[in-house]
Design a protein. Structure first.
Length: 561
């Protein structure tokens, strides 16, 4: 541990930074660290349980960004939650280690001290906003709660400050939507609400756990620029947890690479990226989805066809709730998907991508024509539509939110078979569950465990296994890799390709990650404000975009900030 600490201290004092934030050195030289984590270990369970975090040490100085990177399950988020003492104690224990914030020890600190610190001096942006935001409270109430608890503002002052915060994170003109609930916002909008809450009290430290996971590249660039700007203004210290190495290279001063609960490499960002020493760091830097989707025969059978599809939500105002206008979430979209083909759909948060997917599955009301295997879905009765849905499955963006925490993995995967009355004997059902788990690269004993016991990448594999057990012809993939680090993204892309070729699957692939989209897709739809602004062969669009918005997306994917 001595060599580790000495090397780390040298990296801190050097004041070197990475990427485009080279003018931000942080207040390091000759100063006391704002946050000190020394020899921290975390264990879940009894005395004989192996630690999930082992002997982790790092320091965070005022005004700097320290990034924790590593694969899913490497211990990044557990380390961050330990700082705020948010782990489920006494199930989680610290057999060793110390966490000191501004001279105060946090491990074992009294509850009132921790309550005063959380959300006020240390804010946190959680990875999965849909599960972090209260589904029963409006966004105004949730942001106000932070202000009322720590600042003592009255209702009018809190409302004014809430609007300022929403405007700060790019949610302009949201005054009429303060009464919205989390499910009424897009994934990117929910993430920005989380950022607004974390910044509400101008904390000393911001812990950002995958802060741009749900955002498209243009909004991602805006959010990262925003965080850098706020950091300069407030001398904010940021502990950044992310799988996106491009983000790390552009905004982090120093980086710690974690694997199996340990820090295997650390130093200033530029040195780590230019001269990685550990094989795992080299693997992370080299990990990027490669290759292109195999071509599809021109005479391949059409699996899904949509013509002039529209989803308009009425805007009702006044005492009589008269319709005064419409939110045109999907406005006249047409597409064709053939057997063995992948159609990628990209666009900013709120552009209508996920709404389009739900309309294609007839899960929300829509107008226009949707043909599946040559049959119009709009004309089917409930029984016939259920039978058609057996062959159409969806993998949602948030695997933690879409997998029931009360059901074992085996029960979750089997649920589809039972819902469609396709189950057999107990032995036959168990065999099919095991086959589905093995198909997605998970061990058969995973069926006895629960979703919270798995990493994000493993949970996404469980979601794919749940879809695959019904042997569908079409799978809609709604941001299936957004919560995964680069190395696991590569694994997931390879898995999806292998399943597609093995079973002749057709994919509708929704994502804001243009690198993954290009590696997976044959055709591409670019959506903005509910409409398709560009459509065609994926390689042609990437090499020669015709619409300004498409060009901006591609440019932002490479430049970030």
């Amino acid at each position: 541990m001595t060599e580790h600490k000495n090397t780390q201290k040298h990296a801190q004092v050097s004041g070197q930074t990475g990427g485009q934030t080279g003018d931000q050195t942080g207040d390091q030289t000759g100063s006391q660290a704002l946050l000190q984590v020394n020899d921290l270990s975390v264990v879940f369970g009894g005395q004989d349980t192996a630690p999930v975090v082992s002997d982790v040490s790092f320091e965070l100085y005022r005004g700097e960004t320290l990034a924790l990177v590593g694969e899913s399950g490497s211990g990044k988020s557990v380390t961050a939650l330990s700082v705020l003492q948010l782990l489920p104690y006494p199930l989680a224990r610290h057999p060793s280690g110390s966490i000191v914030f501004k001279g105060d020890e946090l491990v074992g600190a009294p509850a009132d001290q921790l309550m005063a610190m959380r959300g006020d001096r240390i804010g946190m942006i959680f990875q999965e906003p849909m599960t972090s935001l209260n589904p029963l409270h409006t966004l105004e109430k949730q942001i106000n709660e932070v202000l009322l608890e720590h600042k003592g503002l009255n209702a009018s002052e809190a409302r004014t400050r809430t609007l300022e915060l929403l405007d700060l994170v790019g949610l302009e003109n949201f005054k009429d939507r303060l009464g919205s609930y989390p499910h009424q916002l897009s994934g990117g909008q929910r993430q920005r609400v989380m950022i607004a809450m974390a910044l509400a009290n101008e904390p000393d430290i911001l812990i950002a756990d995958e802060p741009t996971t749900a955002l498209d590249v243009t909004i991602q660039a805006q959010i990262l620029s925003l965080l850098v700007e706020i950091q300069k203004k407030l001398s904010l210290s940021i502990l950044l947890i992310t799988h996106d190495l491009t983000v790390v290279r552009n905004v982090a001063h120093r980086v710690c690479v974690m694997q199996h609960g340990r820090i295997v490499e650390h130093g200033d960002t530029q040195s780590v990226f230019d001269h990685p020493q550990h094989p795992y760091t080299q693997e992370l830097i080299d990990s990027e989805p490669r290759g292109r989707a195999p071509s599809v025969a021109e005479n391949a059978k059409v699996v899904l066809e949509a013509t002039d599809l529209k989803v308009w939500f009425p805007i009702k105002k006044g005492l009589l709730r008269r319709t005064t206008g419409y939110v045109k979430a999907v406005d006249g979209v047409s597409l064709t998907l053939r057997e063995g083909e992948t159609v990628g759909i990209v666009g900013e948060s709120g552009s209508g991508k996920s709404t389009l997917a739900l309309a294609l599955l007839q899960l929300i009301p829509s107008t226009g024509s949707v043909l599946f295997m040559g049959e119009a879905l709009s004309g089917l009765d409930r029984k016939a539509l259920r039978e058609a849905r057996r062959h159409m499955q969806i993998v949602f963006q948030d695997p933690y939110g879409s997998l029931s925490p009360r059901m074992s993995v085996g029960q979750i995967i089997l649920e589809g078979l039972l819902a469609h009355q396709l189950g057999g004997s107990s032995q036959e059902n168990e065999t099919r569950v095991i086959e589905s788990l093995q198909t997605v690269g998970l061990p058969e004993d995973a069926r006895f465990r629960y979703p919270h016991e798995f990493s994000g990448g493993q949970r996404q594999r469980i979601a794919v296994a749940r879809a695959m057990i019904l042997k569908p012809a079409l799978i809609i993939l709604d941001e299936p890799t957004s919560a995964l680090d680069r190395a696991v993204q590569v694994q997931m892309v390879e898995l999806l390709r292998e399943l597609q070729q093995r079973f002749g699957l057709s994919y509708l692939f929704i994502s804001h990650d243009l690198t993954v989209v290009r590696a997976m897709s044959n055709q591409l739809l670019v959506m903005r404000q509910g409409q398709v602004v560009e459509q065609g062969d994926v390689n042609q669009i990437f090499e020669s975009p015709q619409h300004d918005y498409t060009a901006a997306l591609i440019r932002a994917a490479t430049e970030i900030i």
